[in-house]
Every structure is written in structure tokens, then in C-alpha cells.
Write a protein that binds this ligand. Structure first.
Ligand SMILES: C[S@@+](CC[C@H](N)C(=O)[O-])C[C@H]1O[C@@H](n2cnc3c(N)ncnc32)[C@H](O)[C@@H]1O
Length: 220
């Protein structure tokens, strides 16, 4: 019972505050830059990305299981310049047609989704060929010392942060799903060294390959 209250009531409210720092806001703006048209956002949370979507976005199709997070999103949804539709509860089974969206967004969600392979396969399916997947995630550090701490702390993190994993290899997951990385920057969230295991960031864009427009491998 207490675990359920922590997971369902406390964690979404804490996330709404902790992931809204000025530093994270700047990263969110970078993450969603270049999105346009119809965008699916998996793990929509409390809508913290909404203020940063560019003008070219027409609709955000939100997928979010937490009732509390969806309620916290209400005022941001009302303030959005574009339409926001809550279309589903599970990023691992998107209720959208194949090749029906122009872009997809995931911020701090691939850490928590139980099966990130399934979620990424779904994102790939619903994106149109050439469509882009924009991600801002924390995950496995390239530093062996930090990665070792991530492994040690992972079981505790999962309990405290509602299933969040510290050491998922984000780039590898995105590439294994069939995306081509277009842009990637790794960063460490600012803060004390002791918090390094929690803040190794992957900020990037990956494209769904378009068979009609194969990528050039050599100059003309
Ligand atoms: C750390 S929060 C991040 C929320 C939001 N993306 C943000 O950047 O503020 C992780 C989110 O993933 C959501 N989540 C968990 N399992 C999910 C699933 N199977 N499908 C979609 N979202 C899920 C959680 O409810 C939570 O809102």
C-alpha cells in the first residue's frame, strides 16, 4: 500500500518539480528542436516539454500511464499553442497507425519503461520514413567507476524512482531498434560528484531510415 502511494502519488509530483530546473529546461528546448507536424511523446509525464515545442508542431499525441502526472499536465496543455491529445497509457503498445507521425519524443522515459526495446520498436513503427526520434535521457556512463556505481545503485533507484534504471545504454538501444543516429551529445548534469551516476545524459536525434531516400555513403 505504502509502496503504491509512493509510486503513484509522490514520484510523479517529485518528478514534476525536480525535472523542471533551469538547466533541464534548456536541455528540453534543445531536445525538441526540429520537431514538426504530428509528434508522439512517450512518457509525457506532466507535460514539461510542452512550452519548448517549436511553432511547426501541429499536434502532440501524449502517452502517459500516471493519472497524477496527467492531472499535473492540465494547465500546460491548456496553455499550449497546438493540440495535445492523450492517446494512450503505454509506450510499449502505441494506439497509432504505422507511419502516421512526423516525430517522436522521449525525455527521461527510456530509463523507466519496462521494455525499452518494445517501446523503441513501436516508435519506429509509428514514425513515417525519414521521421525523427528526439531523445533526452540519462543512462550508462562511459566511466567504468561511475558505471560500477550505477550498477550498485540500480536496485535502490528502481525502488525509489518507480522503476527507473540508472545504467541503460541509450545509444545502443536506439541503434539496435533500427534508427540512424543523426545527432548526439553526451553531457553530465551539473551537481556534486556523488550524483554523477544519476546524471549522465544522452541528448540526440535519430532518424527512421527512408528506403526511398537512401543515405549517401560516399561523396559525389
Ligand atoms: C522520469 S518520468 C519523466 C516524465 C517526462 N517525460 C519528463 O521529461 O518530465 C518517466 C515517465 O515515464 C512514464 N512511464 C512509465 N512507464 C511507462 C510506459 N510503459 N509507457 C509510457 N510511459 C511510461 C512514467 O509514468 C513517467 O511519467
Amino acid at each position: 500500500m505504502a509502496v503504491g502511494i509512493w509510486r503513484d502519488e509522490v514520484v510523479p509530483r517529485a518528478t514534476n518539480v525536480l525535472l523542471d530546473s533551469p538547466e533541464v529546461r534548456r536541455l528540453r528546448e534543445e531536445a525538441v528542436a526540429g520537431t514538426r507536424g504530428a509528434v508522439v511523446e512517450i512518457g509525457f509525464g506532466s507535460g514539461l516539454n510542452l512550452p519548448w515545442y517549436p511553432e511547426a508542431v501541429r499536434t502532440v499525441l501524449a502517452v502517459e500511464p500516471s493519472r497524477v502526472a496527467r492531472r499535473l499536465a492540465a494547465r500546460r496543455i491548456d496553455a499550449a499553442r497546438f493540440r495535445v491529445e492523450l492517446v494512450g497509457l503505454d509506450g510499449q503498445a502505441l494506439p497509432l497507425d504505422s507511419a502516421s507521425v512526423d516525430a517522436a519524443v522521449s525525455t527521461f522515459t527510456l530509463c523507466t519503461i519496462p521494455d525499452p526495446h518494445r517501446a523503441l520498436a513501436e516508435v519506429l513503427r509509428v514514425l513515417r520514413p525519414g521521421g525523427t526520434f528526439h531523445f533526452l535521457e540519462h543512462g550508462r556512463s562511459p566511466s567504468p567507476a561511475v558505471a560500477a556505481w550505477q550498477r550498485r545503485l540500480d536496485p535502490l533507484q528502481q525502488r525509489v524512482a518507480a522503476g527507473c534504471h540508472l545504467d541503460r545504454p541509450i545509444t545502443q538501444l536506439v541503434e539496435e531498434a533500427g534508427f540512424a543516429i543523426v545527432r548526439l551529445r553526451n553531457d553530465q548534469l551539473s551537481g556534486p560528484r556523488a550524483l554523477e551516476p544519476f546524471g549522465y545524459l544522452y541528448l540526440g536525434v535519430a532518424a527512421k531510415p527512408d528506403p526511398e531516400r537512401p543515405r549517401r555513403t560516399a561523396p559525389d
